[in-house]
Design a binder for this molecule. Structure first.
Ligand SMILES: C[S@@+](CC[C@H](N)C(=O)[O-])C[C@H]1O[C@@H](n2cnc3c(N)ncnc32)[C@H](O)[C@@H]1O
Length: 237
C-alpha cells in the first residue's frame, strides 16, 4: 500500500503541468507577492554571509527556488521535493534562466533530508509544510541541516480569523476553487485536498508552539492579505 508521502507525490505529479497556471489564477496572482515578501525575509537573514547556501524545501516547480537564487549572484540553492514532475518543470525554468550552476534539485523528502547537519544558512518552505506527512519530523530535519544562527522562513496559507473574510474564503475555497481546479487540471481531488489541508493546519499560535517544541527560537509571525496567508520566521540558535 502507498504511504502518505507516495500518495502526495502522485497527486502533485498529476497536477504538475497545470500547477503554475492554477496557482496564479486561483490566487489572482497574489501568491507572487506573498513569495516575494517571504524571500525578502530570507535575504535579510543572510545579509553579510559570504557564500550563502539555501535550502528550498518542497520546492515544487521552483518559483521560490529561483527567487532565492536571484537574491544575489553568490547564493547557491538546493531545492528538494518528492514529486519528480514538479521538479522537472522547475528544472526547465532554471535552464531557461541560465541558473543551472547555482540551483540543484533533489528528490528528497522533508522528513529525511539528504544533507549533513549544519549545511544551510537559511531554509525556506512555501506552501509545503501543510503537506508534510509528519510535520514535526520535517521541521526537526530542517533544524538539523540549518547552520547555527540559520533562519527558517515558512510561507503558508491559513484560514482568515475575521468572520466576514472567513465566510467569503469558505465560499471560494469550498465551492469555487475545486470547480476551477477540476476544470483546468482534471483533478478535483487535488483541490479539495488543498482546502482540507488548509482547514487542518494548526492555528498560528499552535504552529509557533510546534516550532518551539521542535527546537526553534526567536519566532516571528506576520499575517498577509487578511490572514489568507502567513509568514513564520524562526532561528536555530
Ligand atoms: C503546494 S506545492 C508548493 C510548491 C512550491 N514551494 C511553491 O511555492 O509553489 C507543495 C509541494 O510540496 C511537495 N511535498 C509534499 N510533501 C513533501 C515532503 N514531505 N517533502 C518534500 N516535498 C514535499 C509536493 O510534491 C509539492 O511539490
Amino acid at each position: 500500500m502507498a504511504t502518505d508521502s507516495e500518495r502526495i507525490a502522485l497527486m502533485f505529479n498529476d497536477i504538475a503541468p497545470t500547477y503554475d497556471k492554477l496557482n496564479h489564477v486561483l490566487s489572482l496572482n497574489v501568491d507572487k507577492r506573498w513569495r516575494r515578501k517571504a524571500v525578502k525575509r530570507v535575504k535579510k537573514s543572510i545579509a553579510g554571509a559570504e557564500k550563502p547556501i539555501l535550502l528550498d524545501v518542497a520546492c515544487g516547480t521552483a518559483d521560490s527556488t529561483i527567487a532565492l537564487a536571484q537574491i544575489s549572484d553568490n547564493v547557491q540553492v538546493k531545492g528538494i521535493d518528492i514529486a519528480d514532475e514538479m521538479i522537472q518543470i522547475g528544472e526547465e525554468k532554471v535552464e531557461k534562466l541560465h541558473l543551472k550552476d547555482r540551483i540543484t534539485f533533489y528528490n528528497s523528502c522533508a522528513e529525511n533530508i539528504d544533507f549533513q547537519d549544519n549545511t544551510f544558512d537559511a531554509a525556506f518552505v512555501a506552501f509545503g509544510v501543510r503537506n508534510f506527512s509528519d510535520r514535526e519530523k520535517g521541521l526537526k530535519e530542517i533544524l538539523r541541516v540549518l547552520k547555527q544562527n540559520g533562519t527558517l522562513v515558512v510561507l503558508e496559507l491559513s484560514e482568515p480569523q475575521n468572520v466576514i473574510v472567513r465566510w467569503m474564503y469558505n465560499l471560494y475555497f469550498k465551492n469555487i476553487l475545486p470547480l476551477i481546479g477540476k476544470r483546468v487540471s482534471g483533478n478535483a481531488q487535488a483541490y479539495r485536498y488543498l482546502q482540507q489541508t488548509v482547514e487542518k493546519f494548526p492555528m498560528p499560535n499552535e504552529f509557533m508552539a510546534m516550532l518551539t517544541k521542535c527546537g526553534y527560537n526567536e519566532l516571528k509571525h506576520k499575517a498577509l492579505t487578511c490572514g489568507l496567508c502567513r509568514i513564520y520566521q524562526a532561528k536555530k540558535l
